[in-house]
Ligand binder design. Structure first.
Ligand code: SF4
Length: 76
């Protein structure tokens, strides 16, 4: 699964690192490091991390099994 963290939004709350420690880790007090290609077996933890992020900074593809369903919301 591909995921992206909007580091401009991320406030370093570390909810994601707590819920999916194999994907996210805190580096120092505020800097987040993460694996942008999370392994499939991390799907459930990743979903929890996405839901738990207080600022919705995490976007992940294929969380619900629809791999490649990008956010194709064209602005009209
Ligand atoms: S839970 Fe959200 S705000 Fe907190 S460290 Fe993770 S991405 Fe950043």
């Amino acid at each position: 699964m591909r995921l992206v963290v909007d580091l401009n939004k991320c406030q370093g709350y570390a909810q994601c690192a707590f819920l999916a420690p194999d994907v996210f880790a805190m580096h120092g007090d505020e800097a987040l490091i993460y694996n942008p290609h999370a392994p499939e077996e991390q799907r459930e933890r990743l979903a929890r991390a996405v839901a738990a992020c207080p600022v919705q900074a995490i976007t992940a593809d294929g969380l619900d099994g629809t791999e490649g369903a990008e956010e194709a919301s064209d602005a009209r």
